[in-house]
Design a protein around this ligand. Structure first.
Ligand code: URA
Length: 226
């Protein structure tokens, strides 16, 4: 759901000239995101790698090919979804993102999610999952179910595709289960209070939360700029 494309383009342009952290000095390209602005499903990965930095597009390497394959298995294409990362610029040597880089960058992700307003956000890997769910709980415990999140969206954590490439068939099998869950959520008719909700309204419960850490109102705090 996007009502104002110029607003989204302005955000992209701002990101593309961003100098708010040291990664501006080492990047080749800003990797803002790709896909449909009307996507009902949005992926959030960690940060661009070498190929992504060179091409300016997220998930174009081996991990990206697996992502495209898993999407195809639930009858979807890359063009129908939106794909972004927590960080828009590559950390040198693919090191972990640093807190100051996340702080500098998270406003872009927040605005991407707010404007696209997907029905389901799928986080890829520990990094994006812990950040968006504000938890220290690891991906192995969080995956396999949908978490009620922000703006009425459901958040479905899964492994990073790179972990499946390293970890073998069991990890890939669990990712397939998570993708099937996403398909199921997208196929369900939206709850009336979700479908009619303005983005700022409190999300309606689609599934009862099990985990006291995962308070949707706290998710909004994540993106609050100080
Ligand atoms: N890994 C990520 O987290 N994001 C990319 O875009 C590529 C690899």
């Amino acid at each position: 759901m996007i009502r104002n494309i110029p607003e989204f383009e302005a955000l992209r342009q701002r990101a593309e000239s961003c100098q708010d952290c040291a990664l501006a000095g080492t990047r080749t390209n800003v990797v803002f995101g790709v896909g449909s602005l009307e996507a009902r499903l949005m992926f959030v990965g960690e940060a661009p790698g070498k190929n992504e930095d060179l091409q300016g597009e997220p998930f174009v390497g081996a991990a990206g090919r697996l992502l495209t394959e898993l999407l195809g298995e639930i009858g979807m294409t890359r063009e129908a979804v939106y794909i972004a990362n927590v960080l828009k610029c590559r950390p040198p040597g693919n090191r972990d993102p640093r807190p100051e880089e996340i702080d500098a960058c998270k406003g872009y992700l927040r605005e991407q999610i707010r404007m696209i307003h997907p029905r389901v956000v799928m986080t890829l890997g520990n990094f994006a999952t812990k950040l968006l769910l504000r938890t220290e709980t690891g991906i192995t415990r969080l995956r396999g179910r949908a978490h009620q999140w922000w703006l009425g969206a459901m958040l479905v954590p899964t492994f990073h595709p790179a972990a499946a490439l390293r970890g073998g068939p069991r990890v890939a099998e669990q990712m397939r289960e998570d993708f099937a869950l996403v398909r199921h959520l997208l196929d369900e008719p939206p709850a009336p209070s979700v479908s009619g909700a303005a983005p700022e309204e409190e999300p309606a419960g689609v599934e009862a939360r099990q985990d006291a850490e995962l308070d949707p109102t706290e998710q909004m705090e994540l993106f609050r700029t100080s």
